[in-house]
Design a protein around this ligand. Structure first.
Ligand code: NAD
Length: 452
């Protein structure tokens, strides 16, 4: 097995060295082929996502297939501009001369995907890698085996097999993959494996982009539009049954407003998923029994406002609201990554930044308010990968915005041009003229020269 992974990477490297991937038309062709793959096999993709996570077709389109297609179209539209030399100014000291930044591909890169959005989290980084002119090895998550198998079957049928390869598998295979020399690694997943990836990358001095997670707070002020706020929180939190890296992990709300907000959230839950979400075609399942047991354990000794129902055979946990959890419990110390939303009341909403700053820097931060003062206070006094004011994860829909974490929630960024740049070396170039050459910088030095 190990020989074959090593051979696969060597063969990608050999192809990269032919310079075929530098051709923009070749890149466009690969991107169009990827788009065609998503169009021709849309139903199979939906089926695999339904098998792995119980996703509805609509949700799969919104957060996986349609999302990826948008990313591909955006890259096709802007590829020429992104790959052109970017002119920069040249100081007097280097005149006459010109300076520019020339993006160039990095080489052969590795992309490791996670199981929660197993299609787009693996392939959106691949779009960026292709656009930037790299060869790539992709490793889907073994926890979503149906999507993993489908990608392994389809990708070689559509993309140039000399430039792109899929390796399926779990720890053993990934460990072997990580022994190889890549020119960049983009990893999406949890913090513990992120450290393993970074350690392995250091052996080859390979730069890494780590798309990790964390506890994303959601601050709700009493001056918010309650109806819209509740709808947007429920949409962001319970999509994919809360198994979303940017899902609101917990809510911070003023004590006097907490009951009203909790009730509004419960009303929306019923409106979206019915009185028994188990039977809703729009409510997803938990990826496996291990994660279900982990989530169930979070509910011990907590006060539930609703939910808490578990059905092991269906991998089901109902949407659950927890009132004022113990802040030292695992529910508040670990990333929840499931359908449980703790509602934490504060005496005053202005305490929210301090609450957040006592914890690791989150991947996303949400704020619902009409107050510009509170908005400014939160933006200036907290740190997060991304912030969305008056909505949940809608910021993901804008490919002009960089997506990535800060501190423990990750390093590096992608989406749109940010992804192109992640998989490019931004080469600095200066070109001097030779018709004019004063000798002030050349030895032998004297007092007159130094005063120039
Ligand atoms: P996971 O279990 O699917 O693991 C991610 C990848 O790491 C998989 O491909 C897996 O095969 C590999 N892996 C697992 N153990 C390994 C090991 N010992 N050595 C080498 N490779 C190994 O995903 P997960 O970690 O359960 O994902 C959940 C986490 O990912 C959450 O923290 C979530 O917030 C985060 N996440 C982040 C983003 C983002 O874009 N920032 C997106 C989705 C998920």
């Amino acid at each position: 097995m190990s020989a074959s992974i090593a051979q696969q990477v060597q063969s990608l490297r050999r192809f990269y060295n032919t310079a075929a991937t530098r051709d923009l038309d070749w890149r466009r062709q690969q991107l169009r082929q990827l788009l065609r793959m998503t169009e021709n096999h849309e139903k199979e993709i939906y089926h695999a996502l339904h098998q792995d996570l119980g996703k509805s077709e609509q949700e799969s389109w919104l957060a996986e297939v349609g999302y990826l297609q948008d990313e591909i179209r955006h890259s096709l539209k802007h590829l020429k501009k992104w790959s052109q030399a970017r002119t920069s100014s040249t100081p007097l000291i280097a005149q006459p001369g010109r300076s520019w930044i020339q993006p160039e591909p990095l080489g052969t890169v590795l992309i490791i995907g996670a199981w929660n959005y197993p299609f787009q989290l693996l392939l959106a980084p691949l779009v960026a890698a292709i656009a930037a002119g790299n060869c790539a090895l992709v490793k889907p998550s073994e926890l979503s085996p149906n999507t993993s198998a489908l990608i392994a079957t389809l990708l070689p049928q559509y993309l140039d097999q000399q430039a792109f390869a899929v390796v399926e598998g779990a720890v053993e295979e990934t460990t072997e993959v990580l022994k190889q020399h890549f020119d960049h690694i983009l990893y999406t997943g949890g913090e513990a494996v992120g450290k393993i990836v970074m350690r392995a990358a250091s052996e080859h001095l390979t730069p890494v982009t780590l798309e990790l997670g964390g506890k994303s707070p959601c601050i709700v002020a009493s001056d918010c539009d309650l109806e819209v706020t509740a709808a947007r929180i429920v949409w962001s939190k319970w999509m994919n049954a809360g198994q979303t890296c940017v899902a609101p992990d917990y809510v911070l709300v003023e004590k006097a407003f907490a009951d009203q907000l909790s009730q509004a959230i419960q009303n929306k839950l019923e409106q979206f998923y019915g009185s028994d979400p188990k039977h809703s075609p729009d409510y997803c399942k938990i990826i496996n029994k291990r994660h279900l047991a982990r989530l169930q354990s979070y509910l011990q000794e907590q006060t539930l406002l609703c939910g808490g129902e578990v059905e092991e055979t269906l991998h089901y946990m109902s949407p659950t609201l927890v009132k004022d959890p113990d802040l030292n419990s695992p529910l508040m110390e670990e990333e929840i990554f499931g359908p449980i939303l703790p509602i934490i009341s504060l005496e005053n909403i202005s305490e929210a930044p301090e609450f957040i700053n006592q914890r690791a820097k989150p991947l996303a931060l949400y704020l619902f308010t009409q107050s510009k003062t509170l908005e400014q206070n939160v933006l200036e006094n907290t740190s997060a990968g991304s912030v969305c004011v008056n909505d949940g994860m809608m910021f993901m829909a804008n490919p002009e915005l960089p997506f990535g974490g800060v501190g423990n929630s990750g390093m590096g960024r992608y989406h749109g041009q940010w992804g192109f740049d992640t998989f490019s070396h931004l080469k600095a170039v200066m070109k001097r003229s030779t018709w004019f050459d004063i000798n002030w910088r050349y030895p032998p030095f004297n007092a007159k020269k130094l005063k120039w």
